[in-house]
Design a protein around this ligand. Structure first.
Ligand SMILES: [Zn+2]
Length: 206
């Protein structure tokens, strides 16, 4: 499919394609295909998408952990649950990592989402990581265990090193998943059983 003759398309369609092409994982070709599908023969899907996008505007990060919540300024379902162990905190890089761990059912504590990983070459240095906010959370909520569930990559290892350094001296148990997470893979690519085993046999590192 050629994406060249866009001057033949109305401005509204061109702008829709431009907007879709900005989304992560979508190139111009996919954006064009989706836009044409929506406007040409899928009016019902278009209306559903409009409705979902309007609903999505109400989604905001949980003020405590950063997991998306549908109610502005209120805690997410995990942070407000009375069944979670509030003294255990799992540090992850991204929201999708939290979801991967939740799917495994192997963690019953709460979470802290870093929103990135230590990678100075990509512009995420110490100043860009919420290290003070993490330390405050640990102190204020009397956390006893911090599980560093970072991606099994070079950057994940570097991030673990930064966190170990920052949390050194705090009166907490720092743990990491047992060896066995497939190296170099993103957390999302790790299946539930592997995650469950790795978290069940987590090891103290600090
Ligand atoms: Zn939360």
């Amino acid at each position: 499919m050629s994406t060249a003759p866009l001057s033949a398309a109305p401005a509204a369609l061109r702008q829709l394609i431009d907007e879709l092409a900005q989304l992560p994982g979508l190139g111009r070709r996919s954006a064009t295909r989706i836009a044409l599908s929506l406007v040409q023969d899928n009016q019902q899907a278009l209306q559903r998408l409009i409705d979902r996008l309007a609903e999505a505007q109400k989604i905001a990060p949980c003020p405590l952990c950063g997991n998306p919540t549908a109610v502005l300024d209120s805690l997410c379902g995990l942070c407000s649950s009375s069944r979670r162990d509030r003294t255990a905190l799992c540090v992850v890089e991204e929201v999708s990592d939290l979801w991967t761990i939740e799917r495994s059912g192997a963690w019953h504590g709460l979470y802290f989402i870093l929103g990135g990983r230590y990678s100075p070459l990509e512009g995420t240095g110490l100043a860009e990581l919420p290290l003070d906010r993490l330390a405050n959370r640990i102190e204020q909520h009397e956390v006893g265990e911090v599980l560093l569930a970072l991606s099994p990559t070079v950057e994940g290892e570097a991030t673990a090193g930064v966190l170990l350094d920052r949390l050194k001296g705090m009166n907490i148990r720092i743990t990491r998943p047992a060896r066995g997470l497939p190296s170099g893979r993103s957390m999302e690519a790790i299946d539930g059983k592997t995650m469950e085993l790795a978290l069940g046999a987590r090891q103290r590192v600090g």
